[in-house]
Design a protein around this ligand. Structure first.
Ligand SMILES: CC(C)[C@H](C(=O)O)[C@@H](O)C(=O)O
Length: 505
């Protein structure tokens, strides 16, 4: 059994790990520690089990949701972790950064006149480096457009007027949120995309994962991919969500616990009463960051919340799958969310977990609220809630970048609960935030020099995004603290990393 060590900087660890959760085996509690403890913890890495099918017939094993999706997509009655299977792809997404490369592979391998396997299953979403004068970046969008026309691609969310994104009815914005809003995230299906955060769509009970350009080029031609069935880790999150926490805190807790390699090539299945109570957008935040722990996919079973969200989004029939009670997991983690506190991931790794309140001496130069992780409508409503609780103005430049056109509209139209009908945009303006800017991934991932809110100086930024690697938002010497929109808004008001409870009474 492998063992890995993990440094906990005093973050609350109400986090019990139970290994080898198999049917009939009583789980043993491996770790329990409390919030007061500050020490280096040794955390057992997930145990890998020999997952051979039963030969005696006396032990029944079931399948996890991820395994069931693999089985259906590979037209098999049963699959097991570690097995390589040819999977039929339901949706293939690519964007302006990787699309040209994937198209290049497709043309090279299948021929200049080849046709994609299904022009209704390919989704092209320009979203990364859109609002820039960088010629190469703009050429990438042109390549997507030419390909969409040539292949008669049904779902191409084009942008032609970069000066005024609102003048582009087809332009959506950040792909992972656009995919959900446009009805491409459907339970039981396989969604692959040339972006590591494609795992966001696991929130819908879909198998969703990021792939490279070579795989995407192959899938464009065949609609198939050879994939290894991942073993599943099970995360049981129970308890009523404290009103100062958001899903971002939950996933930072988990990544801090298992480390950035703790789920390498594993499915991360989220269950429990807390998960059931989360909205779709919050479930998307949870699944969005599984890749920061190395996860192959994140997954949450579809329920009434999912079906309600999908009601007006798709007419495509879908078939949800559910994990069997006798499904086998390589490890199970239990989290009592009522014991958690607002968290940050300190520079320069998403697993460098710290309590927000323990970082209160960290001076900030800026705050960024945006991206697939933290730029959804509910993320802005959460930030607005904290800003509303104070008459103060923000102390540092606070950038507002909605993930999509739809989120942009919501900022100007959806009333913030408890505000007497004010919208997020009104609250942000009163608090002195920068005016909301065009939806894109640009600043989250650095991008060309003229990208809005790119970190061009060696500054300290608190951000609702998903990665804080050196250079991530532009400057190599910059420091990024990842946090929830509550913590972002509280920190904007003080200019220091701030626990949102200071403003939430
Ligand atoms: C540009 C793209 C390939 C990249 C990814 O795969 O995730 C980006 O979206 C990111 O968030 O780092």
């Amino acid at each position: 059994m492998a063992t890995s060590s993990l440094i906990s900087s005093g973050a609350s660890l109400f986090f019990n790990k139970i290994s080898q959760k198999d049917a009939g085996v009583s789980p043993a509690q491996v770790i329990t520690t409390s919030i007061q403890q500050k020490k280096i913890l040794s955390v057992m890495a997930p145990q890998t089990s020999e997952r051979k099918p039963s030969t005696t017939g006396s032990v029944k094993t079931g399948m996890t949701m991820t395994e069931k999706i693999f089985a259906r997509a590979s037209e098999k009655s049963k699959v097991s972790p570690g097995e390589n299977v040819w999977v039929n792809v339901d949706v293939l997404m690519t964007h302006d950064v990787c699309g040209p490369g994937a198209i290049g592979v497709f043309k090279k391998e299948f021929g200049d006149n080849a046709k994609v396997w299904d022009s209704e299953k390919v989704v092209l979403i320009p979203d990364h480096y859109i609002f820039t004068s960088d010629e190469r970046a703009n050429r990438n969008v042109d390549i997507l457009r030419d390909f969409a026309n040539e292949q008669n691609i049904k779902y191409f969310y084009d942008i032609t007027d970069r000066g005024n994104f609102k003048a582009n009815p087809d332009y959506k914005g950040v792909c992972h949120i656009a995919l959900a809003q446009e009805g491409h995230c459907r339970p039981g299906e396989v969604l692959v995309g040339t972006d590591s955060h494609t795992c966001t769509a696991g929130a819908f009970g879909q198998f969703a994962t990021g792939i490279g350009n070579t795989d995407a080029g192959f899938a464009l031609g065949t609609g198939k991919l050879l994939l290894k069935v991942p073993p599943t880790l099970r995360f049981v999150l129970d308890g009523e969500m404290p009103d100062y926490l958001l899903a971002k805190d939950l996933i930072l807790q988990i990544i801090g616990e298992i480390s950035v390699s703790g789920a390498t090539y594993k499915a991360m299945e989220f269950v429990g009463s807390t998960v059931e109570s989360l909205s779709m957008e919050e479930r998307m935040t949870l699944c969005n960051m599984v890749v920061e722990a190395g996860g192959k996919n994140g997954i949450i079973q579809a329920d009434a919340t999912t079906f309600k969200y999908l009601e007006d989004k798709t007419s495509v029939p879908f078939e949800p799958v559910y994990s069997d009670t006798q499904a086998r997991y390589v490890a199970e983690y239990r989290i009592d969310v009522t014991k958690l506190e607002p968290l940050v991931a300190k520079p320069h790794s998403p697993d460098n977990r710290g309590l927000a309140r323990e970082c209160k001496d960290v001076k900030l130069d800026r705050v960024y609220i945006g991206s697939c992780t933290g730029g959804k409508t509910e993320d802005f409503l959460a930030a607005a809630k904290v800003l509303l609780a104070s008459d103060d103005k923000v102390k540092v430049p606070t950038f507002i970048v909605p993930a999509t056109q739809k989120v942009w509209m919501d900022l100007y139209t959806v009333p913030v609960p408890g505000s007497g009908g004010k919208t997020c945009s009104q609250i942000f303006e009163r608090a002195g935030c920068e005016p909301p800017n065009s939806p894109s991934c640009g600043a989250c991932v650095g991008g060309p020099l003229d990208i809005y809110a790119r970190m061009n100086e060696p500054q300290v930024c608190l951000s609702t995004t998903n990665r804080n690697f050196p250079g991530r938002m532009g400057n190599k010497e910059g420091q990024i603290y990842l946090a929830s929109p509550y913590t972002a808004a509280a920190s904007a008001l003080t200019g220091l990393v701030t626990d949102p409870r200071e403003f939430m009474h």
